[in-house]
Write a protein that binds this ligand. Structure first.
Ligand code: PSV
Ligand code: MN
Ligand code: MN
Length: 431
């Protein structure tokens, strides 16, 4: 497999840390064994866990006030792919990339797929963009795209989504993610029902273009760019649309797209129950769609979400198989470092959720023993399972200390020389 960071750098660093890892791993194995948990089963599952990287997350994001790009950032999809390869080599758990069109300009899809194959990377959900006008675009999205009052703008948005499906087919993707910013900024500006009817009619056309083995994922978001009403503002509208459109359409949960303090894990449970959970965009948030690093603020919430996911897996819930992806914006960190760390934080939540004694929890629930039920979750959350994650990486040739190796390899400094800044580059991932 083609590599971006030489295996010898990883091996040298791993050599220095292996005896400490062995000791920590053995201690954790003993502790888990006392609860009848076999650490090897958990480590094997940790090694299988994967979360996709968004192509747009590899560059510095920004806000509507400013963007402060770092040096050596990727300037096109080829360089984004290179960084995704590094992120996967370091994290050992990000073997797929999700592209965004037309931000990602591709002239030869088969060449791009070949390159990704060489890095051992797959392409997952393709994303359409009808939330901004492109240069020279004939009909504007200023007043909406799939729900615009004007047929010409709606048709353009439909066609774009159909085009994106075609691009995805060439890359081997199996799902289309649709997020639109359509909405209104003034009370009365938009007729809620008519706008939703237009959206659904447009999405019916997109749905017709889905190959049989594809899914379409609808992403809800409470506000922004529309600040009074948004067409798919919450999981209610999302689920209604997904149910209306058909079995191949499911809801996608972006953690940052809810009001602060929303019980997201309960939304996840509802979507699981009705076979409508399509996937996730993981990130963390304090105020709105902040796109902060996963698990950086609310690791317990992220764990509780995985508690629902692992519970569904444990119960063999029919129709369950959500797609996991990160969707973050990095303003003050090296995006690759944030993505490596975030992927591992998502993996950490998954692994912790595997340690919950489900039968004991069900028992506490049946007996209405609120405190013991809560402690069953909290005690697992309080465990440091880092040795499991590090061992899972070590066994697949990834670093015990990913950020240490990334920095020791001088990757970004090397890229700064190879990728001089384009002063005219426009930011992607700034939404
Ligand atoms: C919208 O805020 C969103 O979460 C959607 O997933 C977009 O595709 C992405 O951000 C763009 O940055
Ligand atoms: Mn998102
Ligand atoms: Mn978002």
């Amino acid at each position: 497999m083609l590599r971006r960071i030489d295996a010898s750098v990883i091996n040298d660093e791993n050599e220095k840390l292996k005896s400490h890892l062995d000791a920590d791993y053995a201690a954790l194995a003993d502790k888990l064994a006392r609860d009848n948990i076999d650490i090897e089963t958990i480590t094997a599952k940790a090694g299988e866990f994967q979360v996709a990287v968004p192509s747009w997350g590899t560059g510095t994001g920004g806000t509507r006030f400013a963007r402060f790009p770092g040096t050596g950032e990727p300037r096109n999809i080829w360089e984004k792919l290179e960084d995704c390869a590094v992120i996967n080599e370091m994290s050992g758990c990000t073997d797929s990339v999700s592209p965004h069109f037309p931000w990602d300009v591709v002239s030869d899809f088969s060449e791009l797929k070949e390159k990704a194959d060489a890095y051992g990377l797959k392409w997952v959900s393709v994303n359409s963009n009808t939330f901004q006008d492109q240069k020279g675009q004939e009909y504007s999205y200023k007043y909406g795209s799939l729900s615009n009052t004007k047929k010409e703008s709606r048709d353009l948005a439909i066609q774009h989504n159909l085009d994106v499906i075609e691009y995805g087919k060439q890359l081997g993707a199996k799902s289309l993610t649709v997020w639109v910013g359509d909405g209104s900024n003034h009370p009365g500006q938009s007729h809620f029902q008519r706008a939703f009817e237009r959206y659904l009619a447009s999405m019916e056309e997109v749905y017709k273009g889905l190959p049989d083995d594809w899914e379409m994922h609808i992403e809800h978001k409470m506000f922004e760019p529309a600040f009074y009403s948004t067409i798919i503002q919450d999981w209610g509208s999302n689920l209604l649309a997904a149910m209306h459109l058909g079995p191949k359409c499911k809801s996608l949960v972006d953690l940052g797209h809810h009001a602060p303090n929303t019980n997201i894990e309960m939304i996840v449970s509802r979507l699981i129950q009705f076979k409508k959970l399509g996937g996730f965009h993981f990130n963390d948030s304090k105020y709105g769609d902040d796109d902060l690093d996963s698990g950086s603020l609310h690791p317990y919430q992220q764990f509780l979400i995985f508690n629902e996911l692992v519970d569904a897996e444990y119960r063999g819930q029919e129709g369950f198989g959500p797609a996991y992806m990160l969707d973050q914006s990095h303003n003050v960190t090296d995006p690759a470092e944030s993505l490596i760390n975030s992927a591992i934080e998502v993996q950490r939540s998954y692994v912790k959720a595997l340690l919950v004694n489900r039968e004991a929890l069900y028992g506490y629930q049946e007996d209405n023993d609120a405190l013991m039920a809560s402690l069953e979750l909290k005690n697992v959350f309080n465990l440091d399972i880092s040795p499991i994650l590090a061992m899972a990486r070590y066994r697949k040739g990834a670093p015990i200390n990913p950020l240490g190796v990334y920095r020791a390899a001088g990757y970004r400094e090397g890229m700064a020389k190879q990728r001089p800044q384009d002063p005219n580059a426009t930011g992607s991932g700034i939404v």
